[in-house]
Design a protein. Structure first.
Length: 108
């Protein structure tokens, strides 16, 4: 026989605010500010994660064609065990900045 069970009301959980990451990670000023802050604190892993998050917002094929940044390198940077060279970091920073500037000029 089944025991009679009483359904208890679930307490409402706190809800997270809806947030579109494209608005913050698509902002190169915020990405670079956070990147530099991570470097100042000596947190290289967080700095790489910030760059990778900014890179996720961009089209990898366009990066490859316009900025000669190989797609495999971009995907490797987004991996967990990434240790990019300074040259790759510079290319990614330049690409994020230029893509944001071109997006700004098309919205005007």
């Amino acid at each position: 026989m089944k025991k009679n069970s009483v359904r208890s009301r679930k307490t409402p959980r706190s809800c997270l605010l809806r947030h579109h990451t494209g608005t913050t990670l698509g902002n190169p000023d915020l990405v670079f500010k956070t990147f530099v802050e991570c470097l100042r604190e000596g947190d290289a892993e967080a700095a790489i994660e910030v760059l990778a998050a900014g890179l996720r917002q961009l089209n990898k094929l366009r990066l490859e064609r316009r900025y000669h940044l190989a797609r495999r390198s971009a995907y490797n940077l987004m991996g967990k065990k990434a240790m990019p060279s300074i040259a790759l970091v510079a290319k990614v920073c330049r690409a994020i900045d230029r893509e944001a500037n071109s997006a700004r000029s098309t919205t005007r």
